[in-house]
Design a protein around this ligand. Structure first.
Ligand SMILES: [Fe+2]
Ligand SMILES: [Fe+2]
Length: 244
């Protein structure tokens, strides 16, 4: 478990898996001897929230929940949004560029190359649709719910919506983005002929594995932390208005 007093450089040095979290919290490197707490405070980041996310990220068995329930829904939403931005700006382009490079240097047939590239392009489309649906519909709804719950008299139109919609509808439709990446990984290690550029092939596989793990964590934050908290708040707002 990471501690707030530890020097940030040492935390990252010993837990390189945390690197993808840095851009999400807008933490710039060049930490010197500053502690985790000092770095977070210098960047306007809530240290407890960073620690909760980082420890969950490192511990395979950690089920996020309890600790994260201490933070506002708007803190959760902005973390989810910055994770989406990390996927779109960094993680997906990085693996895509390597896959394209691997294909261009391979001895694969045209058919095999288009199988891989079409698979990835279709995946990217589904991925972007998944993120847009969350960014355009779900996250604004969560923020609105939090805003309405803080008012003495919530907007009647919002209450009407709440009587017919619940976050559980999102939960039912929420697919796992890591599953298709697993299939791509299998395609490379199981079905395609071996690649000569082993170094690049391993980089692609490492990137895919890291992204799969990241996506599992992300879906856990959405399904196991965000959804139950939003459902509780929906019930609270509805029960309050039914007694007015
Ligand atoms: Fe998401
Ligand atoms: Fe999602």
């Amino acid at each position: 478990m990471i501690n707030r007093e530890w020097p940030m450089y040492r935390v990252i040095l010993e837990n390189h898996q945390l690197l993808p979290l840095l851009p999400r919290f807008n933490l710039k490197m060049g930490f010197g001897e500053l502690s985790v707490d000092e770095v977070c405070r210098n960047h306007g980041v809530n240290t407890d929230f960073f620690l909760e996310i980082a420890n969950a990220y490192l511990d395979e068995l950690y089920v996020p929940g309890e600790g994260l329930s201490l933070f506002s829904l708007s803190t959760m939403v902005s973390y989810i949004k910055s994770t989406h931005k990390y996927y779109i700006d960094i993680a997906l382009p990085m693996v895509e560029e390597k896959i394209n490079r691997l294909m261009s240097r391979s001895a694969l047939s045209k058919k095999e190359i288009s199988l891989v590239t079409n698979f990835f392009n279709d995946y990217k489309k589904d991925f972007m649709a998944h993120l847009s649906q969350e960014e355009e519909n779900i996250l604004p709804y969560v923020l609105e719910l939090e805003r309405q719950s803080a008012q003495d008299l919530p907007d009647p139109e919002f209450i009407q919506k709440l009587q017919t919609y619940s976050i559980h509808e999102f939960e039912k439709e929420h697919d796992r983005l890591e599953t298709s990446l697993k299939h791509l990984y299998e395609l490379i290690i199981k079905y395609l002929p071996p690649f000569e550029d082993l170094q690049l092939c391993h980089q692609v596989l490492n990137d895919l594995a890291a992204l799969m793990k990241d996506l599992v964590d992300h879906a856990d934050v959405e399904d196991k932390v965000l959804v139950p908290r939003v459902a509780d708040l929906e019930a609270l707002v509805l029960s309050r208005t039914s007694t007015v």
